[in-house]
Design a protein around this ligand. Sequence first.
Ligand code: FAD
Length: 483
Amino acid sequence: MTPSSNPPAPPATTDVLIVGAGPAGLALAASLRQLGVDHVLIDRHDDVQPGSKAAAIQPRALEYLDRTGVADRLIQAGDRGRGFRLHDRTQTLLSASYDNLDTPYPFVLLISQQTTETHLLAHLDELGGKVHRGHTFLGYTPDFPGVAATIAGPDGIQRSISARYLIGCDGVHSAVRAATGIGFPGNAPEQLFAIADIRTNSPALPQEDTTFYLSPAGMLLISPLAGGLHRVVGPTPNPATPTADDIRRLLAERGPHADDIQVTEVVSASTYRVQERVAERFSDGPVFLAGDAAHTHSPAGGQGMNTGIQDAGNLAWKLHAVLTGLAPTTLLDTYHHERHPIAAGLVAFTSQFATLANLRDPADGELRNRVLAAAASTPGVTEWIATKLAQLDLGYTNEPDHGPVGTRVSPNTVPTTGLHWTLALDRPDHTGDHGVLAIRHVSGLESPLLVRPDGYLAAYGVPTEPEKVLDQLSSYLPAHPTR
Ligand SMILES: Cc1cc2nc3c(=O)[nH]c(=O)nc-3n(C[C@H](O)[C@H](O)[C@H](O)COP(=O)(O)OP(=O)(O)OC[C@H]3O[C@@H](n4cnc5c(N)ncnc54)[C@H](O)[C@@H]3O)c2cc1C
């Protein structure tokens, strides 16, 4: 890039500086834009990065992305998968279908991360937002009550951006996290994985379900991808980039029993090592971490990017509420309080799943397969697994006396109203918007419900008058944690 082609430098002051325009940073920026919050989004790269990363969006992330107005275009750009399946190469052991989930999106949206980011970017652009590309975050110093961040521009010149809040959405090697000194404990198992997006000549590969083949030779994940491709992931001892022949061998040794499956095209391939880590804290004063900067884990189960998008959803409305005076600054403490346990649970879940899938002792594998087949015929088990993988079970109900407060409210029950708070009433004559509060008619409600902008129950039995709800909004905010 020549100096004359450099885009304008980002503003020197902002309410929210977001570092990193991956899925978490883009989702956060679009949300803040929609809420009218002043922000600056920077990324060190010139464009969306290619490569085999997330291949699916889960229903819960789609529900949030619908609130920001981008779900429909993503759905049009992807394919619909039915769910997850565990297979022993000859028969299905357990099938967790999304068909009956209580969500407007009872499917796994098969879409590459690159396509997802491209659409999030286009959406941000339509909202009037932008990414300041070629700008690298280097560090920050406290600048009460916010920070002064040092950024290197594409011209190599260092500039300072003064921000009330700094959000690190800068991925697993987060420079923002490093600058805070927040620890990132966990482990990095030795096991190496091969990952490849391929085209084959075979109808034997799964067409609807992400399928884990649990064979005596080791685990192999095969997932349909948008555009007639398949994603293949399996443990490998070989650090070299997998070739078509390597993938064909993996399919023959561990995939479905079928006549020789020819790999006709390798669209992308690499090897990776899983890291299982959760940041000790998700915030430090005016600095917050979201997405892979805050947590990283095995990609088995397709949860990582989805969790980052929901981090963004949790943080966006809280930043808006605090910056507009609707809520005290202590509301922002609930970001760590709510999201950290979810990330820790996810790391534990994906780690256990990966260990189970990778059992190499034939007797252990046989026992595992028998237990899975028995679990599949136990009422409720496959529904529970589908709900968990779809992330529809997640909520913020850690306090013992919370009741349903903090649980997800299905958009099938209370319609989505963008990033408004929603007052749901069984009174058809009461609908419309009152500032940040939208009122919707829901028939059959036992008592009025108040739903947070990110789709979780804030309170029930609230007044039916919007003015009263708005007056009392501070009493419906999530509890300020003692920590
Ligand atoms: C092989 C593989 C398979 C995966 N499969 C799945 C899956 O099936 N499902 C799933 O949900 N997830 C999956 N993931 C995880 C998913 O890719 C990540 O969770 C997701 O990319 C995290 O998004 P993010 O926005 O937090 O960070 P990133 O996507 O890492 O984006 C960070 C951004 O920050 C920018 N940046 C970094 N440092 C700086 C700096 N100092 N200054 C400015 N900008 C900076 C980068 O350029 C980048 O654009 C997979 C990951 C891998 C590696």
